[in-house]
Design a protein around this ligand. Structure first.
Ligand SMILES: Nc1ncnc2c1ncn2[C@@H]1O[C@H](COP(=O)(O)OP(=O)(O)OP(=O)(O)O)[C@@H](O)[C@H]1O
Ligand SMILES: [Mg+2]
Length: 337
């Protein structure tokens, strides 16, 4: 199914987002002028090599960036006008889970090890209930069982502690927590990376089913291109904190426009869109000492002189396809592909 910006409603509009880390050796722009529109009910995949800023982007949306990191600029506006980047502590607490939820990278660490799974979920339900509307214990338990059912866990899991669960079950418990208040946006940061392939596929199927039931938007971060190709309708590619290409999944895989995306797709082992990618050949980018012009130019096989000094902007090059590359800018006639 193609996702057309023209007839899709916007859920979240990210503009000029900047997240910086202040280190002893200078400022690292981990998220660098990112513009991204997410539509209602879409499955969006975010890809990029390690350190490209994917987790930072997700954490910033939930205002979970810790020092020495900070949101330096930008906005992330939900459809009702709420700017996630400007909310105060109490306001963001209300938005979390109810509107935006996260399935974290490494589910293992996000559950409380000394609390039974059912109790953790009941606590979440109580904490987020409106004042005076806390359901009684029996109702809370029923809600937990219903959540478990939806994520494929047996009711008896409620009595277990995290260490008694397999990796897949823990991840399902985290997903149950994430969907407990019917969020419209689910941010899933490599939700299956620590699991074996069979369990990975099952968890992705569950996520897909829930996304469909909730009609939620899912932003999925991942390295596994096979999973990405199966799950996502649109894909965004990050390099050095910047979004360099955004487009429908078929175009990204079969007709990539940015030289980095092209290398990345061609570097996937046996090109059946199987396997993982962890990067492309060449010296990685240092965010503390970034090159001038296009961040990718030192590694780019198609770089021209102008790439050393002029910073490209993300521009629409075809329907739904955005690319940040000087080779695609209007005054150039040499296409990158
Ligand atoms: N605590 C920190 N202190 C300093 N810099 C940080 C810190 N956390 C992240 N960064 C910077 O932010 C950049 C982006 O990190 P991030 O974790 O968002 O990357 P990622 O794309 O999620 O990588 P991965 O695929 O490995 O999860 C890093 O390259 C690093 O420069
Ligand atoms: Mg990450």
């Amino acid at each position: 199914m193609s996702v057309n910006g023209g007839n899709k409603e916007t859920l979240l509009d990210i503009r000029g987002m900047e997240v910086h880390f202040e280190t002893r050796r200078g400022i690292a722009r981990a998220v660098n002028e990112v513009d991204l529109t997410l539509y209602k009910g879409e499955r969006f995949g975010l890809v990029g090599e390690s350190g490209s800023g994917k987790t930072t982007l997700i954490l910033a949306l939930l205002r979970m960036i810790k020092t020495p990191g900070f949101i330096a600029a930008g906005s992330a506006t939900l459809d009702d006008g709420t700017d996630l980047l400007k909310l105060n502590r109490e306001e963001i607490r209300r938005v979390r889970l109810k509107r935006v939820a996260m399935v974290p990278q490494g589910a293992m660490n996000s559950l409380n090890p000394v609390m039974r799974i059912g109790d953790q979920l009941m606590l979440t339900i109580r904490e987020h209930a409106e004042d005076g509307e806390i359901p009684d214990k029996h109702t809370q338990l029923k809600q937990v069982e219903e959540l478990f059912y939806r994520v494929g866990l047996k009711p008896a899991v409620a009595r277990l502690y995290p260490h008694e669960l397999s990796g897949g079950m823990k991840q399902r418990a985290c997903i149950a927590q994430a969907i407990s208040l019917n969020p419209q946006l689910i941010l899933a940061d490599e939700p299956t990376s620590a699991l074996d392939v069979v369990v990975q596929r099952q968890i992705m199927q569950t996520l897909r089913k829930l996304q469909n039931e909730l009609d939620a938007t899912v932003l999925l971060v991942g390295h596994d291109m096979g999973l990405m190709a199966q799950f996502a309708e649109r894909v965004g590619i990050m390099y050095g904190g910047k979004l360099v290409e955004v487009g429908p999944v078929e175009d990204i895989f079969h007709n990539p426009q940015h030289p980095y995306t092209q290398l990345l797709i061609s570097s996937i082992p046996n090109f059946e869109i199987k396997g993982e990618f962890r990067g492309i050949p060449g010296v990685g980018l240092s965010l503390l000492d970034p090159p001038t012009g296009c961040l990718f130019h030192p590694r780019c096989p198609k770089a021209i002189d102008r790439c050393k000094s002029v910073e490209p902007q993300l521009k629409e090059v075809a329907a739904d396809q955005l690319v940040s590359c000087l080779l695609h800018e209007e005054d150039q006639h040499a296409p990158a592909s």
